[in-house]
Design a protein around this ligand. Structure first.
Ligand code: ATP
Ligand code: SF4
Ligand code: MG
Length: 403
């Protein structure tokens, strides 16, 4: 009897931990290899036929439309649904802030748009990412072949990363690094013109000693200056969309404000849009026109900055707002959202926030909530608003077994 209990105990602890047997591990590896090989082959086919990667924008006033995008990682422990049925748009000339806690899928969303996922394990397996070509038609980035993507990256969409020191090459001078980007995208430009453009970019990002900095190495510059250089590189080809993934987290507060101001000014000058990824609500409040709140790989609320900050509708967003300090308001302890995010390999089929939610209603016992439109611009995925709004639809997950 004691032996039996011991055995059962062992089985239970295996079940509760993330233990994977040798047999299961081999099954996962075989499955991953089969699926990723098939997806890579489909991608290679798109190179032959442009009809496979061109599509139409739903609204020509958007630069990018994410339509039920599903990006999964075929990992050794199973399929991680990092982004699962994400829907949102980036309108022309606007700044869209994407917020959410660490691991909710913000970076994977932007990497899917740039096709910079760690392949073959990372794959966009469902949905469309439409990028506006400017003539009414669009690329579906999910299927766009690499040769076309190389032209889009840097020319039309560019990215500013979190850590400027690692984004710059330590062994090349600043001037050479900006020249390289301009030359790559304008192969016919004369070398003097390239240098002229580089100096112009240095001036644009507020570098006073542009001739001096042109000949310096990255280690000779401060963190704020290095981030300015990264911005100059990202904007050298006047992209239609700038993705800034935590652009100021490595900088101190005063420099943060300068860099954000600079980004906003340049966006207006170049007529671009910004997708600003951050976990800092203060940054979003100061800069964004629209805000998208993500939780565990899904968009749970989106709307104008005004709506999200002054009239949050999802209990998670309400919790986020309560957990940030307010100047002039004295509290003993800031609010803390209880619990933690569910395991990404085994997501529940009900609301992902239910186990942490303090506002549940009867409907929450059912399946994952649909997107509900509560104003023209404000959409929330929460049953609390089921009666008052228009139900738009449910996020569609991809059944990986059918791939
Ligand atoms: N190469 C990878 N292989 C497996 N899983 C990955 C990989 N990259 C990301 N993930 C998973 O995808 C999920 C989303 O990650 P992502 O980097 O998008 O988070 P994030 O919202 O940007 O977080 P942070 O604020 O920390 O940057 C996480 O659960 C992460 O573990
Ligand atoms: S759907 Fe229900 S459980 Fe989920 S966030 Fe809304 S109230 Fe909470
Ligand atoms: Mg990230």
């Amino acid at each position: 009897m004691a032996e039996e209990n011991k055995q059962n105990g062992k089985k239970d602890s295996k079940k509760n931990s993330s233990y994977i047997s040798g047999k299961e591990s081999r099954r996962i590896t075989k499955f991953n290899r089969r699926v990723t090989k098939k997806l890579e082959k489909e991608r290679a086919n798109a190179e032959k036929d442009p009809a496979l990667y061109t599509t139409k924008m739903e609204d020509p006033d958007n630069v990018v439309e994410f339509d039920n995008v599903c990006t999964y990682f075929f990992s050794d422990v199973g399929v991680v649904k990092a982004v699962d049925g994400v829907n949102f748009q980036v309108p022309k000339h606007s700044t869209v802030g994407i917020v959410g806690e660490s691991g909710c899928g913000k970076s994977v969303t932007s990497l899917s748009l740039m096709q910079l996922l760690q392949r073959p394990s990372g794959q966009t397996v469902g949905g469309e990412i439409r990028f506006n070509k400017g003539d009414g038609t669009a690329y579906n980035i999910v299927n766009t072949p690499n040769a076309v993507m190389e032209k889009i990256r840097g020319n039309d969409i560019s990215m500013i990363f979190q850590e400027p020191m690692t984004a710059l090459n330590p062994v090349f001078r600043i001037g050479e690094q900006i020249n390289e980007v301009i030359e790559l995208h304008n192969p016919d430009m004369a070398p003097e013109k390239v240098k002229e453009r580089t100096l112009e970019m240095l001036e644009l990002v507020g570098i006073a000693n542009k001739e001096g900095v042109y000949n310096m190495y990255p280690h000779e510059l401060s963190g704020g200056m290095r981030q300015r250089i990264c911005i100059a590189i990202a904007l050298a080809c006047s992209p239609k969309l700038i993705i800034a993934d935590e652009p100021t987290t490595a900088l101190d507060v005063t420099i943060q404000a300068q860099i954000l101001d600079l980004l906003q000014n340049l966006k207006d000058k170049l007529n671009s849009s910004i997708m600003l990824i951050t976990h800092d609500l203060g940054v979003v409040a100061g800069m964004a026109d629209y805000v998208v709140v993500m939780y565990a790989g899904r968009v749970i609320e989106k709307g104008t900055a005004q709506e999200i900050f002054h009239n949050p509708a999802h209990p998670y967003t309400i919790g986020l707002m309560r957990s940030k300090p307010v100047v002039g308001q004295k509290v003993d302890e800031l609010y803390n959202i209880p619990g933690s995010v569910p395991n990404p390999v085994a997501m529940p089929d009900y609301c992902y926030f239910r186990d942490r939610c303090e506002m549940q209603c009867d409907r929450c016992k059912g399946k994952y909530p649909p997107e509900i439109r509560i104003t023209d611009t404000h959409v929330v995925s929460c049953y609390r608003h089921y009666e008052e709004g228009e139900v738009l639809g449910y996020p569609k997950s991809v059944n990986v077994e059918e791939l």
